[in-house]
Design a protein around this ligand. Structure first.
Ligand code: NAP
Length: 170
């Protein structure tokens, strides 16, 4: 199975991202827009791995406290366009702890530098206009082990497990 670790987004966060997608579309930008149910923030990409249990066991070591996350700006990696996150030391620390825990558990993962982004569309055609995703924010009190499958009409992401923050009372 193809696995990755991600933060699932709150409804207000998704609403802000969908508004940004709609604005891009209205400005003539075409491409493969990420459907609402697939909007997420990836923390680490594992890729093909036989079972979820060893990953969840390894992640028991990745403790973290709840933290706030907010959107900031749009950007692109080539024709993949994304919404960015306001600089967040706890987010960077969480990604680092997850990667450390995976390495300790001998779980393979992509070691490319962590670039927090939420993919809004792929194969984008057009120029990136000065669109802002809005002021949405959310509290991260868990992250998720996700499985990615190619469906008939695009990717299907399934949550296989949740890793909660240590203390959910902020
Ligand atoms: P995905 O490739 O399974 O990716 C799931 C999440 O992991 C996305 O957030 C993606 O980030 C991230 N990710 C993927 N590869 C990564 C890597 N090497 N390093 C760091 N992060 C990585 O699903 P997807 O992103 O929805 O699909 C992307 C493309 O992969 C599609 O064109 C699909 O056809 C193709 N693909 C899918 C499968 C499958 O079986 N699921 C197999 C082969 C190829 P981004 O959003 O930045 O991409």
């Amino acid at each position: 199975m193809r696995l990755f670790l991600a933060i699932k987004l709150s409804k207000p966060m998704k609403d802000a991202l969908i508004n940004a997608q709609n604005e891009l579309y209205d400005r003539g930008v075409r491409g493969n827009y990420t459907p609402e149910e697939n909007l997420h923030l990836t923390l680490a990409f594992i890729g093909e791995y036989p079972a979820p249990e060893p990953v969840l066991e390894a992640l028991a070591e990745a403790s973290f406290a709840p933290f706030a996350l907010s959107l900031e700006g749009l950007g692109r990696f080539g024709d993949l366009w994304w919404a960015g996150m306001r600089a967040s030391p706890p987010l960077t620390a969480l990604a680092r702890r997850i990667r450390h825990a995976l390495a300790e558990g001998n779980i393979p993962f992509d070691r490319k530098r962590f670039s927090p982004h939420i993919t809004l569309l792929r194969k984008a055609r057009g120029e990136l206009p000065g669109v802002e995703p809005g002021e949405a924010a959310m509290t991260v009190d868990h992250f998720s082990l996700m499985r990615s499958d190619r469906g008939k009409n695009g990717m299907i992401y399934t949550e296989l497990g949740q890793i909660p923050a240590e203390d959910t009372h902020i």
